[in-house]
Design a protein around this ligand. Structure first.
Ligand code: APR
Length: 260
């Protein structure tokens, strides 16, 4: 019996995505891994293998030592600013140019927008946005390597210290983003899950709901995750290989489909 290659699956995935009425794309740290940005749970290289989330990604850690937390987020900004978008981000933006897709991401790196995607819901906030700890005003910073020697950032409105506008452990996700994600999931008949370990809730619950629902679910991840045996297609490849692969197999009749 012929083995089904990742390329075969990319062709099947391209047809499913092109023919779907509504497409939801759920992304995690894996899609940015090939930009040189560590994921969170990879053994040894993952951020949580190197650093303690309790010391860097909680409100208590920030209250205890804002310099340390800002040092870490500036280091991550530098990695993202240097790494930039990769073929995976670009391929999703190119697919959006062919048919509407909605991206719901756990990533705070802002790279989907930098690649040209437009319909993006950020569940865990954005590392380039700063929120004032006093008046809650938000201001955004340019995507660029950070100046680690700069003094701690202050609110342009009231002068109080700002914090990264990301969701820390123990904090609630932004209600608007979560509600939009639920709406998109309910409407989607094709769900593409890229580069997430499906271990962090409530984002992982979205994937579980998709698998339990009627939608076609496609997972792109070089490793197996908790849902890999329940999805319709598991493409065991990296995002920077599989997403351009899907684009390369985009059905020629898709334009007619898109005009439907
Ligand atoms: N392409 C596709 N997937 C990849 C790649 C790649 N190049 N490299 C790694 N992966 C996969 C890994 O196999 C893993 O399953 O991406 C997944 C990354 O998992 P995590 O590190 O757990 O990241 P994520 O699922 O996004 O974490 C969720 O946890 O710490 C919090 O707030 C943080 O948003 C984050 C959330």
């Amino acid at each position: 019996m012929d083995t089904v290659t990742a390329d075969d699956l990319c062709a099947d995935a391209a047809r499913a995505l092109a023919h779907a009425d509504n497409v939801l794309v759920l992304t995690g740290a894996g899609i940015s891994a090939e930009s040189g940005i560590p994921t969170f749970r990879e053994a040894q290289t993952g951020l949580w293998a190197q650093f303690s989330p309790q010391d860097l990604a909680t409100p208590a850690a920030f209250a205890r030592n804002p310099e340390r937390v800002w040092g870490w987020y500036r280091w991550r900004r530098t990695l993202i600013g240097r790494g930039g978008v990769n073929p995976g981000h670009r391929a999703l933006a190119a697919i959006e140019a062919r048919r509407p897709i909605s991206i719901v991401t756990q990533n705070v790196d802002g790279l989907h927008a930098a690649a040209g995607s437009t319909d993006i819901t950020e569940l865990h906030g954005n590392i380039w946005i700063e929120r004032c700890t006093g008046c809650a005003a938000e201001s955004s910073q340019p995507v660029a390597p950070a100046d680690n020697d700069a003094s701690l950032p202050c609110c342009p409105a009231c002068g109080a210290m700002t914090r990264p506008a990301v969701v820390w452990f123990g904090e609630m996700l932004p209600t608007v983003a979560l509600e939009r994600a639920q709406e998109l999931l309910a409407a989607a008949n094709c769900v593409l899950v890229v580069g997430t370990s499906n271990q962090v809730y409530p984002a992982a619950a979205l994937v579980e709901q998709a698998v339990q629902g009627p939608a076609t679910v496609i997972e792109i991840n070089p490793e197996e995750t908790a849902v890999s045996r329940s999805v319709d297609m598991h493409i065991a490849a990296t995002a920077s290989r599989a997403l351009p692969g899907i684009l390369a197999h985009w059905p020629h009749d898709a334009a007619a489909l898109a005009r439907r």
